[in-house]
Design a protein around this ligand. Structure first.
Ligand code: MG
Ligand code: MG
Length: 259
């Protein structure tokens, strides 16, 4: 059984959610052709530490950096590197923080300069599928209702859903119960209850859903090397409904990313 979070715990998770949201926006301001993902990682790590928090990914099971930087066919868990972003790339940035013993975790896929229409569609649909999942995250539903909502929406556009990775509960640990798959059957899986804090994070492929693990043991690539997108938000179920503890507003409300 998942223990519901107390209001004090939810408050700390919200502070973390706000910090990861603002960190992603700091990174977003700098995403452009000519920038290395290593540079973006440095800026984010400094920003997180300047706010009195720790970058929770750094050192987690040996992960070497503050952020996951996953370019184009890398779905998730890419290492920041000296790779220079170029026009038309997409960059998934996944950010985790640890503040006062609680975690933050969110991700956003940024277009680098102008991307082609199909890639734009992949980004839009993946993000919209996340919001479909959030709508389904109501008390009494089950994790399968979230997965069904994400999957049915994404697949209706001809895209495919990665099944090897999933969302999760969030609290003192970065990954808690329940697992939150991005595919599934309505009425199946763990029951959602008030006080539950979960991360919903669709990973959607332009082509087939097959993936493989790179030799470094971390980066997950699409098998067909077509693009994949990844968006993640943290929500709490309160009064039966999902309320966001993290947001893309800092990224999108200043007009940097146009929709
Ligand atoms: Mg994440
Ligand atoms: Mg996560």
């Amino acid at each position: 059984m998942v223990r519901p979070k107390t209001s004090e715990e939810i408050e700390l998770l919200k502070i973390n959610g706000d910090l990861v949201s603002r960190t992603l926006a700091e990174v977003g301001k700098m995403v452009a052709p000519g920038v290395t993902t290593e540079r973006l990682n440095e800026v984010a790590e400094t920003f997180i530490r300047d706010h009195g928090a720790e970058p929770s990914f750094k050192g987690f099971e040996g992960f070497p950096a503050a952020l996951c930087m996953s370019v184009n066919d890398v779905v998730v868990h890419g290492f920041p590197s000296d790779y220079v972003l170029k026009e038309g790339d997409i960059l998934s940035v996944d950010c985790g923080t640890l503040y006062k013993g609680y975690n933050g975790d969110s991700a956003y896929t940024f277009p680098v300069g102008e991307v082609d229409a199909e890639t734009r569609k992949l980004l839009d649909v993946t993000k919209a599928s996340l919001y479909k999942g959030i709508e389904a995250a109501v008390a009494g539903n089950r994790t399968g209702d979230i997965g069904y909502a994400v999957q049915s929406y994404a697949e209706s556009f001809g895209f495919s859903v990665v099944r090897e990775l999933e969302g999760h509960g969030l609290g003192r640990e970065m990954h808690e119960e329940p697992g939150v798959p991005n595919y599934g059957r309505r009425g199946h899986g763990a029951r959602l209850i008030d006080g539950m804090v979960i991360c919903i994070e669709p990973m959607i492929c332009a082509g087939g859903r097959g993936v493989y693990l790179a030799k470094n043991g971390w980066a997950v690539h699409t098998a067909d090397h077509r693009n994949a997108a990844h968006y993640e938000l943290t929500v709490v179920i309160r009064k039966g409904q999902a309320q966001q503890l993290s947001t893309f507003d800092y990224i999108e409300k200043d007009g940097l990313i146009k929709f």
